[in-house]
Design a protein. Structure first.
Length: 459
């Protein structure tokens, strides 16, 4: 019986290499789909063309991020106790595909009024975000089971590499659809939604081909212990400082959905700028990643978060000063081209992408540096809960624009960013403590670096 069980286990573990390739393909296509409907730019501009309500524009990012985070809680409670993760992941992905397909159908037909199309858009977006958040939990567990431990670090690197390549391709597709002479509104969005639907179907096919090992022992975390540990996490002064800083950093992003609206309303940007700004965002992620690896290696993840806070100051400050500069005689006489103005404003989106990359790497990498192992799940849960609340700040930002205009919004965002920079200075420098440990235990350096890299590139 023991020999038979060993043979069954070995057969169950076959196909690990193919699993890695399939999961890499699914991840790359997922990056492509995400860029095609990038909420702070593509979807925000879509909502801005359907309504004059800035609060509705802010609701796009609030739903995309907030609903995603909320859906992970019931997924953690339900999926953790299930032996098979694959059906749950596939179910969530198929719901995403249906939501996008319905949205593409509505956009192709053309609604009788902008209100009808806007209503359909928000319903489908909510379904998409909830399904994405729910599917992310079993998807992470499926990858952990299907990809062998020895190959996991290489898998995360390959997935990140091909994800960036696919994201660049998605940005070029958006630029092609929004260039002058391209499809008119809302047909270009219908094509984007259709392309994203095809991507979701392809992801489902890839994941359905993954061989899920059923006899591999797995750690089954539950949301309940994490919730129960939140009071202990909040009792940690260092964690409270970190959470305060992270909330401030998240609040600085409240103005992101309005940057694209601002570019058209105040800078006179052309429709082709949408694709250019998506490309700038993706290039910000791509070009900054080697820098964040080097920064974390030399100074720890705290330095990455501090750099992210500094970069977050650029978009609101640029939005505040660029209209005044563009109206000067010197600018009109020496640099007066509209194309140059659009390119300069693209720096804001590059900085958002670079800051997003630093936050993805640094947030949970920094938590891993200072959180006690037994409470790490509680620290992570409390952080995610705080960020989920902050995700709804763009709605308040939209109301602020309606009352105080764009200048009022970006001025407040810049002030919050300055406070976030100072708050980052209060974060404990855990890297010094970890470095001293690595000197005494050389093997911990490789383990810590591998874990931080996996967290950053897999986020």
């Amino acid at each position: 019986m023991a020999g038979a069980e060993i043979r069954r286990f070995s057969a169950d573990r076959r196909g690990g290499g193919a699993n890695g390739l399939l999961a890499t393909g699914a991840g790359a296509i997922g990056s492509l789909a995400e860029v095609l409907i990038l909420p702070p730019i593509v979807l925000a501009f879509f909502a801005g063309q359907l309504t004059d309500s800035y609060a509705a524009v802010g609701l796009v990012s609030a739903i995309a991020v907030g609903f995603w985070a909320i859906a992970r809680i019931p997924a953690g409670l339900l999926v953790a106790v299930q032996r098979r993760k694959q059906p749950w992941a596939l179910a969530g992905i198929l719901v995403r595909a249906v939501a996008l397909a319905l949205l593409a159908l509505v956009a192709f037909r053309g609604a009788a009024s902008g209100d009808d199309l806007l209503r359909s858009f928000f319903i489908c977006l909510a379904a998409y975000a909830l399904a994405s958040g729910f599917a992310s939990v079993p998807l992470e567990a499926l990858v952990a089971k299907a990809v062998p431990n020895a190959a996991r670090a290489s898998f995360y690197r390959q997935r990140a590499l091909w994800g960036i390549v696919a994201a660049l391709g998605g940005a070029l597709v958006v630029a092609q659809l929004f260039k002058p002479g391209g499809p008119s509104f809302p047909r270009q969005y219908a094509l984007l939604f259709l392309a994203a639907t095809v991507c979701q179907v392809a992801i489902a096919v890839f994941l359905a081909s993954v061989r899920e090992p059923l006899r591999v022992s797995e750690r089954r975390p539950s949301v309940l212990p994490a919730i129960q540990g939140v009071p202990a996490a909040l009792a940690d002064r260092n964690f409270r400082r970190f959470l305060f800083f992270r909330m401030l950093l998240a609040l600085t992003a409240a103005g992101d959905p309005f940057l694209i609206i601002f570019a058209f309303a105040r800078l006179g940007a052309s429709a082709g700028a949408v694709g250019g700004y998506v490309l700038a965002f993706v290039l910000g992620i791509l070009m900054s990643q080697p820098a964040w690896v080097a920064v974390a290696h030399r100074a720890g993840e705290r330095a990455s978060l501090q750099a992210a806070a500094l970069l977050r100051l650029v978009p609101p400050l640029l939005a505040l000063v660029l209209p005044s500069i563009a109206s000067t005689t010197l600018w009109r006489d020496r640099f007066g081209g509209q194309a140059l103005l659009e390119i300069v404003f693209g720096v804001a989106f590059w900085c958002i992408g670079a800051s997003t990359s630093a936050q993805a790497r640094g947030t949970f990498g920094y938590l891993a540096e200072f959180a006690p192992f037994r409470l790490r799940a509680a620290y992570t849960f409390a952080t995610n809960a705080g960020l989920a609340v902050a995700a709804f700040a763009p709605v308040a930002a939209g109301l602020l624009v309606e009352r105080a205009g764009f200048d009022g919004l970006f001025l407040i965002a810049a002030l919050i960013g300055v406070v976030a920079v100072f708050a980052s200075g209060a974060l404990p420098n855990t890297y010094v403590r970890l470095r001293s440990r690595r000197v005494s235990r050389p093997e911990s350096r490789a383990a810590g670096t591998t874990t931080a890299t996996a967290i950053g590139e897999g986020a």
